[in-house]
Design a protein around this ligand. Structure first.
Ligand code: PHE
Length: 447
């Protein structure tokens, strides 16, 4: 069975697939909204710090576990240590993947609605004031439920028909187009009257705004954006060839992911200040601002149709990667066929996704700890489950996995400088676990 596992054919295929999982709504929707909520510049700086000090070593750890065992998260812990007590990290990853899939699909559904509105010209026909109202009305109604379910069904069909490879190939070709479009939008935003205020908000750190919430938010965003801490990168690495350079892939993935997030910030914040919006508006921020941005461009409807279509594709490559975790689990643990496992995973996400979709309207008052279902799923998965999973994975690889395995994996078929290996092991043993623990403790008010 192990010998028959598929492998990514090319180096570019490896990068494209891991970047495909990493780049998505996390960069374009969640990053600007979290940055806005947490006060701008200082959040960005801390976020980038976390990406490179904690994110890169933990991606390497997931890569090592995946490629050395050629297995999913459960199999990897079992093969490397054999003790059942590590299994709970796998369960946490599955819970996180299902919670994320549920609320992520709601936002992906919003992109579908915007795509339809762009193509039909509805979006362009409204003036600024009524656009905001229209989005509010849409969000608070029942229509998002429909798009959430449609999105999840498309996701399931792709997983079921095994055309995943096809989608990934299409998206590999189209993602550079998304990148180019983002750069064009950036230039457009930089020409807006609120550009300097927006850039100052994004890039000028104001450390008086840093509190435990900002730290936890930045850590959660780093894990969310890198698809890290739940076994996604681990599973993908199980398909890497022995020649794939792990450290380089981790660095390139993180760098590209961060670039896309920063580009999104440069697009959104000048517009936020130009149009007098509130940076801390939360999950709706980006969707309220984007149409204003398109409206300023010639052929606005064309740009917005293209953009939302590409965003939809980027979301799909991310949801495909997170669905794999639950599917592999249901197959292995309950002996379900892949088809049944996919349907079960999709069905659970449909039920939970419906609750999330309604939490902007009819279920707005259904709250736990003051958070709506949508916010709760987002908070628990990104700010708790993913960093905790990442912490355990880095402790596991740093302390319990044989150094020889680490060296062989990180070296691959090439060579690795001894100091790079040392730095990674040091980060995995001390820096990442201690950093995550400190952020958690400050979040709990202990320090
Ligand atoms: N990283 C993805 C994004 O930024 C979201 C994701 C999280 C994907 C967890 C897989 C696992 O959109």
């Amino acid at each position: 069975m192990k010998e028959n596992r598929a492998q990514f054919a090319t180096r570019l295929g490896v990068i494209a697939t891991t970047v495909g999982s990493a780049v998505g709504l996390g960069n374009i929707w969640r990053f600007p909204y979290e940055t806005g909520v947490h006060g701008g510049g200082a959040f960005l700086l801390i976020y980038v710090g976390f990406i490179f000090i904690i994110g890169v070593p933990v991606i390497c750890a997931e890569f090592i576990m995946g490629r050395s065992t050629r297995s999913n998260i459960f199999g990897a812990f079992r093969a490397l240590h054999g003790r059942p007590q590590w299994a709970w990290i796998g369960y946490m990853g599955i819970l996180a993947s299902i919670l994320i899939l549920s609320f992520y699909s709601v936002v992906a559904g919003w992109t579908v609605e915007y795509f339809v509105q762009s193509v039909t010209g509805t979006l362009a026909s409204l003036d600024a004031g009524s656009r905001h109202e229209a989005f509010d009305m849409f969000c608070t109604g029942w229509k998002p439920v429909m798009w959430t379910l449609v999105f999840l069904a498309v996701n399931a069909v792709i997983l079921l028909r095994g055309v995943k490879g096809g989608i990934e190939r299409v998206s590999n070709v189209l993602m550079p187009v998304l990148f180019v479009i983002l750069i064009i939008f950036c230039i457009n935003s930089l020409l807006m009257p609120g550009a300097s205020e927006g850039l100052a908000f994004l890039f000028r750190p104001d450390f008086s705004k840093v509190d435990s919430g900002v730290l936890l938010g930045a850590l959660g965003q780093a894990f969310f954006s890198l698809s890290l801490g739940l076994g996604t990168m681990l599973t993908y690495a199980s398909y890497f060839s022995d020649r794939t350079p792990l450290v380089k892939s981790a660095v390139v993935t993180s760098a590209l992911d961060t670039c896309v997030a920063v580009l999104a910030g440069v697009i959104i914040f000048p517009a936020v200040f130009t149009f007098g919006a509130e940076p801390s508006a939360g999950p709706k921020l980006v969707f309220e601002i984007l149409p204003d941005i398109f409206h300023r461009l010639p052929w606005g409807a064309l740009w917005s149709s293209l953009f939302f279509f590409l965003l939809f594709l980027a979301s799909l490559t991310s949801t495909i990667s997170m669905s794999e975790i639950g599917i592999a689990f249901f197959c292995e643990q309950f002996g379900l066929t892949r088809k049944k496992a996919t349907l079960l995973n999709c069905l659970i996400a449909m039920v939970l996704g419906t609750l999330c979709a309604l939490s902007f309207g009819p279920l707005r008052d259904m709250t736990v700890f003051g958070l709506t279902v949508f916010d709760l799923f987002d908070y628990v998965s990104s700010n708790i489950l993913l960093p905790l999973g990442g912490m355990m994975i880095s402790i596991f690889v740093g302390w319990f996995v044989d150094r020889g395995i680490l060296r062989t994996q990180l070296r691959g078929t090439g060579s690795i400088k001894e100091w790079i290996l040392r730095v990674i092991v040091f980060c995995l043993r001390y820096v990442a676990p201690a950093g995550i623990a400190l952020v958690f403790l400050s979040g709990l008010g202990v320090i």
